[in-house]
Design a protein around this ligand. Sequence first.
Ligand code: IPE
Ligand code: IPE
Ligand code: MG
Length: 234
Amino acid sequence: MRTVKLPVHLAFIMDGNGRWATRRLRPRAFGHKAGVQNMFRICGHAFHLGVRIVTVFALSAENLSRPQEELDELFELFRTFFDKKKEKLLELGAKVHVIGDLAALPADVAACMRALEEETSHITERLLNICVNYGARQDVLQAVNRAVALGRFMDDTSFHGLLLTAGVPDPDLIIRTGNEMRLSNFLLYQAAYAELYFSSRMWPEFSRRDLEKALVDYSSRSRRFGGLRAKEQE
Ligand code: IPE
Ligand code: IPE
Ligand code: MG
């Protein structure tokens, strides 16, 4: 039997929480809460299947333009899951790395995120990157500015080292839910050769089975990286 080739680094654009809730005549915050629950379910399953690195897009830099009420509800969810109910994150058995500009978040939210990073910093088997107030263009620009300040020309390897994802291999597969076919400023530099998978499911309803289907689809793809033959990765 042919073995399924898993991505080393799997990333999710977890979109569709609001629409999922609205269709159920519930407030958007209900969708965000269901979305967080599903994040635990799907990340747990991905790690269980053998994926080593998972990155989730939880809040984009541009999402900060949303109404303050929605942002406050999102911040409260972060408080809950990075602090009061942090066991749910710890149960994933992964090193947690929060990627993004935390200075714009309420100070206590940023502090509990940094504390959880510290608490999981010894873990080496699995990595969970959580992108919060993250924008890929902003990241590229801060890296360029640092390179200029250093007075150095960059090559691809050294430039990677200046990005917020420094030390993490590029994503092999990016799954976006919510029936939108775009990257919305997510990992633009790192996604150069990522495989893309778009699901019409809203994030709260994206199931373990849907994840397995996406992984089987990924496994059947021929990644040529500009060459002529599929790269053997087994
Ligand atoms: C994604 O769901 C989560 C965040 C951006 C915080 P949305 O909130 O974008 O949900 P839709 O796209 O409006 O349904
Ligand atoms: C992308 O979703 C950001 C996250 C999932 C966190 P958005 O809902 O913000 O993207 P657009 O606005 O539809 O492109
Ligand atoms: Mg959306």
